[in-house]
Design a protein around this ligand. Structure first.
Ligand code: GLC
Ligand code: CA
Length: 572
């Protein structure tokens, strides 16, 4: 495919749904598939044309659906296969495509394959997973794990199974055993399963944690692991292993390449140069990937605490990351654009200012900054009307195993952190920030459910909710709607296809860049990331026609707090 090729997935705007917290239709406090179907007209009004649906497969929910026990079944709490088919049909009738979230680095330990696998060393499914002998015994005679790898959610990446006297590998929780991709049968099962869904009419998929499927030969120790700290990050040595490109190519060839679908791979610790191969225009692996580099700008690597460290971010660093991704991929590969998702804090609390005075303005500023770039933009549920992070006082009000494990480890067991210190980390980085129910309106339980939901609501739902955003023509919702309209319509050539040119990379207060289209037309995007009034000069400012702003009038060189604007300059 040539780099200039136009495709629907380059022009798409994706909306991410995390079903458990989207909409409850049968009043058990848990979001479900019919709930999503009910809300499709709202998404059509927003203007998005693709949904990324987080896992809705059968699951014991140790990791909220990312632990799948049956790839062809629907999670009981979410409804039935019939409900799923109705959702897809209704979405299609509204011009909305649906991507599934395929989790195949691991399964649930309750998946039939794993039940078989653990039953005996001779079982034909044994080799579907990573089983290894102990590396020795400790002073008390207890078996020692095969290597020093830690799990993303804290603790060891190995679980000892007395029954067969071996350990199995789990990079995530111990209820998420890693599949052995070296085994051709495993890969064939996965491709068959993916095709089963594509034959059903699905429009593509996200591949969860897909760059860690190729483990290093011999499973060597990871020199970076430090168990004295709660590192909780994936062992560095499993990243982008030697066979991952080969397998992505094979997966593509045997699945997506035979359909008109879109694919995106989730890949932490992956650089823009890596992405040129993973998502290259002619590498035939994936259409695009999610990288994590900008998610690291407020993390302090010197603490050894992984994501559980907080540092104010510097705009110059953020620009450097995003600009590098823009310019490295340009003409060679396609990218994705996101500020948040179900694993990350809410964007306004993290990169903007969620105080009542600046919440909407800074939210619009962040939206314009990202949607002005090249790549396929993703909007996470509630982002479009400005949901914010949450702060519950009690650890018992949290549901995410990642936060619960941190608390158990650091406060209860080791006493390295006080309750308050640990809660500060969870407030800043915990995944439940993104997982409180969508705030549809100001009624009890926010229109999410008639009963108390599975996780508490953010108490600010009486002010911040979709209904009040829909009533206010200056709301964030209509700003997103406008950005989507411009991208899918009038400004398609500029927003989707034009080259990206960074401006003033050392400016620590303003993010500015241009887009240059082949026909000579240009776009200038300027965002003030501070609550100060600033003055800036840009070459195109005087010739530009304002197409979008978060203020009602335009003062050109004067940038008011969080002011963000987009100017178009037509070709001569
Ligand atoms: C991905 C998912 C995350 C999950 C993990 C394990 O990072 O986005 O929610 O916990 O993979 O499947
Ligand atoms: Ca329900």
């Amino acid at each position: 495919m040539s780099s200039a090729a136009r495709t629907w997935w380059k022009e798409a705007v994706v909306y991410q749904i995390w079903p458990r917290s989207f909409q409850d239709s049968n009043h058990d406090g848990i979001g479900d598939l019919p709930g999503i179907t009910q809300r499709l007209p709202y998404l059509a009004q927003l203007g998005i044309n693709v949904i990324w649906l987080c896992p809705m497969f059968s699951s014991p929910n140790d990791d909220m659906g990312y632990d799948i026990s049956d790839y062809q079944g629907i999670m009981d709490e979410f409804g039935t296969m019939e409900d799923f088919d109705t959702l897809v049909e209704t979405a299609h009738s509204l011009g909305i495509k649906i991507l599934l979230d395929i989790v195949v680095n691991h399964t649930s330990d309750e998946h039939e394959w794993f039940k078989q696998s653990r039953s005996s060393r001779e079982n034909p499914y044994r080799d579907y997973y990573y089983w290894r002998d102990s590396s020795g015994i400790d002073e008390d005679g207890n078996p020692l794990p095969p290597n020093n790898w830690g799990s993303e959610f804290g603790g060891r990446a190995w679980e000892y199974d007395e029954h067969t006297d071996q350990w199995y590998l789990h990079i995530f929780s111990k209820k998420q055993p890693d599949l052995n991709w070296e085994n051709e049968k495993v890969r064939e099962e996965i491709y068959t399963m993916i095709n089963w869904w594509l034959d059903k009419g699905l429009d593509g998929f996200r591949l969860d944690a897909i760059n860690i499927i190729s483990k290093p030969e011999g499973l060597p120790d990871d020199p970076n692991i430090d168990f004295d700290k709660h590192g909780s990050s994936i062992p560095f040595v499993v990243k982008n292993g030697t066979k991952v490109h080969q397998w992505m190519h094979e997966l593509n060839l045997k699945t997506a390449a035979n359909y008109d679908v879109m694919t995106v791979g989730e890949m932490s610790q992956t650089s823009a140069e890596d992405a040129v191969q993973f998502a290259g225009f002619d590498t035939e692996e994936l259409n695009m990937i999610f990288h994590f580099e900008h998610m690291g700008v407020d993390t302090d690597p010197t603490t050894g605490m992984g994501k559980w460290s907080i540092k104010p971010y510097d705009l110059v660093d953020l620009k450097e990351v995003l600009n590098t991704w823009q310019t490295t991929l340009q003409g060679r590969a396609w990218g994705s654009l996101y500020w948040n998702n179900h694993d990350q804090p809410r964007l306004i609390s993290r990169f903007g200012d969620d105080s009542p005075q600046w919440r909407v303005l800074s939210g619009k500023m962040l939206a314009t900054t990202l949607h002005g770039m090249q790549g396929t933009p993703y909007i996470y549920q509630g982002e479009e009307f400005g949901m914010t992070n949450v702060q519950f006082e009690e650890i018992n009000d949290y549901r995410d195993l990642d936060s619960l494990n941190l608390y158990e480890d650091m406060v209860v067991e080791r006493g390295n952190l006080s309750h308050d210190e640990c809660m500060e980390l969870i407030y800043a980085k915990g995944r439940d920030n993104a997982r409180t129910p969508v705030q549809w309106d100001a009624s009890d339980n926010a229109g999410f459910s008639a009963v108390e939901p599975w996780i508490k609501l953010n108490p600010n739902y009486r002010e911040i909710n979709a209904a009040s955003a829909l009533e206010d023509q200056h709301s964030l919702f209509y700003h997103y709607q406008k950005l989507i309209q411009l991208r899918r319509g009038e400004l398609k050539d500029l927003l989707v296809y034009a080259d990206f040119v960074p401006l003033d990379v050392e400016d620590a207060q303003v993010y500015a860049y241009e887009r240059h289209a082949q026909d000579g037309s240009k776009l200038l995007v300027i965002s003030n990331f501070t609550d100060q009034q600033l003055t800036r000069e840009y070459g195109l400012l005087d010739q530009g026609e304002l197409v979008l702003s978060n203020y009602e009038d335009d003062m050109r060189q004067t940038l008011r707090p969080y002011e963000s604007k987009m100017y178009r300059v037509n070709a001569l």
